[in-house]
Design a protein around this ligand. Structure first.
Ligand code: ZN
Length: 274
């Protein structure tokens, strides 16, 4: 697997710093944090971003993320389509293959069938927007108890029902564990449907208490990363593993030092020699 740095890991650094830190640490790619992209593009053209990636010999892999895509009101839905259009247009300009999209919390009174129906409809519509720009959308389930799509098996069922080649999945090890996804649900996957693997660890807390801030560098916590990585390898997944951690304590660190530690930790967790 290639290794990426996700811009959430170095949340306080700007996009240019992320590109340089990821490059200097030997990452293959960067997942761009969307708000950093917005800040960058206020002062620079997309072509300058392209130049920056090229000069640092690193590839953009995704833009993270469009949040709460389902169960929006009509105005919110129109805003979603505009946001998707905007990010996919930029993604195409910089040669970035994926945009990450995230489901909403579960509204009262909606059952599993209702979640599948709504998610399928929204993703099908977004698929058409992204296709205009040759971009694919990576649907990331969240393990927290209030999310409408909490497990890999449900996310996979939705993406399979959409049945479009530019709609696939993200597995985030934190959400995989927090939401109680099973290793068997990885063996059910078509590896071409899995676009991104977010790799991170977590503190030893009950699943329902885990929050993003409890994430740790791979290898420092209690997540079954070896089993997850082995399951991914056994289905033939050879995409990107991206270090994505939302830990305020890490955000206070020097982003270059943190990126170096993040890459070494990811390589160790994946069993790569480097
Ligand atoms: Zn993630």
């Amino acid at each position: 697997m290639q290794i990426a740095l996700n811009g959430a890991t170095t949340m306080n650094a700007d996009l240019e710093t992320d590109i340089r830190a990821a490059s200097e640490s030997g990452f293959d790619c960067l997942e761009i944090w969307a708000s950093k992209l917005g800040t960058f593009l206020k002062q620079h053209a997309a072509s300058e971003l392209n130049d920056l990636f090229r000069a640092n010999k690193i590839k953009p892999y995704s833009i993270n993320s469009i949040e709460r895509i389902s169960f929006r009101d009509p105005a919110g839905h129109q805003a979603l389509l505009a946001e998707c259009e905007d990010l996919c247009q930029i993604a195409e300009k910089i040669g970035c293959p994926y945009v990450v999209v995230v489901p909403s919390p579960l509204p009262d009174g909606i059952n599993r069938a209702g979640v599948i129906d709504e998610s399928r409809k929204v993703l099908t519509e977004l698929s058409a927007v992204a296709a205009k720009y040759n971009v694919s959308l990576a649907f990331e389930f969240l393990g927290q108890p209030d999310c409408s799509v909490q497990t890999l098996s449900l996310a996979n069922e939705i993406v399979s029902e959409v049945g479009r080649s530019n709609i696939g999945l993200v597995i985030d090890s934190f959400h995989f564990y927090a939401g109680g996804s099973t290793l068997e649900s990885i063996s059910d996957l078509d590896p071409s449907r899995l676009f991104i693997f977010h790799i991170n660890d977590a503190e030893d807390l009950p699943r329902e208490q885990l929050e993003d801030r409890h994430r740790l560098l791979p290898g420092l916590g209690i997540l079954p990363l070896k089993q997850i990585a082995d399951a991914l390898k056994s289905i033939g997944y050879d995409g990107v593993a991206s270090v994505e951690i939302f830990r305020p304590e890490y955000w206070a660190r020097d982003p270059f030092d943190l990126a170096r530690d993040a890459r070494a930790a990811a390589e160790r967790a994946l069993g790569n020699n480097s």
